[in-house]
Unconditional design. Structure first.
Length: 422
């Protein structure tokens, strides 16, 4: 249960933060956000806010989306002959259109649709109460809603609030805002982690942080904040200079020169042997020195975010030199990582969330159709050409990209299942 709760919290925060970026800048650009969804698949909960956006929670925790007017394929496309009902205002203007068999509107009028224009003219024409001898035309309100076949109620999408009606710069910013929010979240989480830890590890000094009670270092007489001058005659200037000879010497006695209370002395210690990644390595039981200043923690969070970003780009680069599904992970791997993090405490969960957040931001910026990076690339092409691509061509490109991503996700998920459960 703890693992499930951790997974849902991590997943929920990442998706909400990412999608809120798209949502916020779409709203600022005058684009109607018809639906803000957490999760995919069957709807569990739906609520239409006063801002005209329907907020939904869906069954499958494999993502989320912001459905912007005019950007995605419309589920509410109305075809001639469709049976529906309309709810009217006192001025006989349509404020709700219901095409769902799951929902009944008590004061609505049944119609058989002849034609509808919910983009430009905002009219709907049909036969009322089955009377095919007379066609009735109603004016549709600009902010009217449609209850879709699934039972989800969303606003109609007049042209002036559609995605393509916004300025090109606003559309680019709206597409970029999701990954941008993930980068911001990563920085905030690493800064928070620095404060929770009481400081930021300084790997460029030979001074240590704390000494574990009962460890080889403690038994040899080391104390918190001592400095290690040399190991086996080799000078130590950084954490790496310390860890290399220690990890490579499990069970082997080492001669170590330390500086304690301003004086140097030589001690002998034997690193204990522990298993890591299937190998025996040495440990002496010390932690890196922590810089505890306020601005040290802020800069530490920024530095750690940047280091993590470089590591991810390096990992992505390795996919091109030697592709392997084992280098990728999906929801199953995320669940396993959440399981491990939940057992190690809040700090590890925060670290995991930061790691996944920057991953999500970078991967979404890859120039792959259906990803935010692919959408931005199409925006740039539009700016260069001076006009957008043909909607059919753009839709085909997006569909191919989406198909590729879904196929890759299925392969990665199946590979994760085999790795972790078989």
């Amino acid at each position: 249960m703890r693992t499930v709760i951790t997974f849902l919290i991590v997943f929920g925060v990442l998706v909400i933060v990412h999608e809120f970026g798209h949502f916020f800048f779409a709203k600022r650009s005058g684009i109607l956000v018809r639906e803000f969804s957490i999760g995919m698949g069957p709807k569990l909960i739906a609520h239409m806010g006063k801002d005209g956006t329907t907020y939904t929670l869906r069954l499958l925790p494999i993502g989320g989306y912001v459905r912007m007017a005019g950007l995605e394929d419309e589920e509410t496309e109305l075809s001639p002959g469709t049976p529906l009902s309309v709810e009217l205002t006192e001025k006989n203007e349509v404020r709700r259109i219901n095409v769902s068999k799951k929902v009944q509107l008590p004061n609505s009028i049944p119609m058989e649709l002849i034609a509808a224009d919910l983009v430009d003219d905002l009219t709907i024409k049909g036969y009322v109460n089955g009377d095919e001898s007379q066609e009735t035309i109603y004016k549709v309100l600009h902010d009217a809603t449609v209850i879709e076949e699934s039972g989800t109620e969303v606003r109609i999408a007049p042209r002036d609030v559609q995605f393509q009606s916004a300025k090109l710069s606003s559309r680019i910013l709206t597409n970029f805002a999701g990954p941008m929010n993930n980068f911001i979240l990563t920085i905030i989480l690493f800064i928070a982690l620095a404060f929770l830890q009481g400081g930021v590890a300084d790997y460029n000094t030979n001074q240590i942080g704390s000494v574990e009670a009962g460890s080889p270092a403690a038994q040899a007489g080391m104390k918190d904040h001592d400095a290690i001058v040399s190991i086996e005659g080799k000078q130590v200037h950084s954490w790496e200079d310390l860890t290399k000879p220690v990890t490579s010497s499990p069970g082997k006695e080492l001669s170590v020169v330390i500086e304690q209370n301003g004086k140097q002395k030589t001690i002998e210690m034997t690193p204990r042997s522990v298993e890591s990644s299937g190998q025996k390595v040495g440990q002496i039981g010390v932690t890196p020195y922590l810089r505890t200043g306020f601005f040290d923690k802020i800069m530490g969070g920024l530095t750690q975010s940047w280091d993590m970003t470089k590591n991810i780009f390096s990992a992505l680069g390795s996919l091109f030199t030697g592709f392997s599904l084992n280098k990728l992970g999906g929801p199953v791997m995320m669940f396993k990582m959440s399981e491990e993090a939940s057992q190690q405490g809040v700090k590890t969960v925060i670290y995991l969330m930061a790691l996944l957040s920057v991953n999500l931001g970078i991967v979404n910026l890859l120039p792959i159709p259906a990803f935010d990076g692919g959408k931005i690339l199409l925006n740039v092409v539009e700016g260069i050409r001076g006009k957008p691509l043909d909607p059919e061509k753009e839709g085909l490109i997006t569909m191919i990209g989406f198909g590729f991503i879904m196929l890759l996700m299925i392969m990665v998920t199946w590979n994760d299942i085999q790795r972790f459960f078989f």
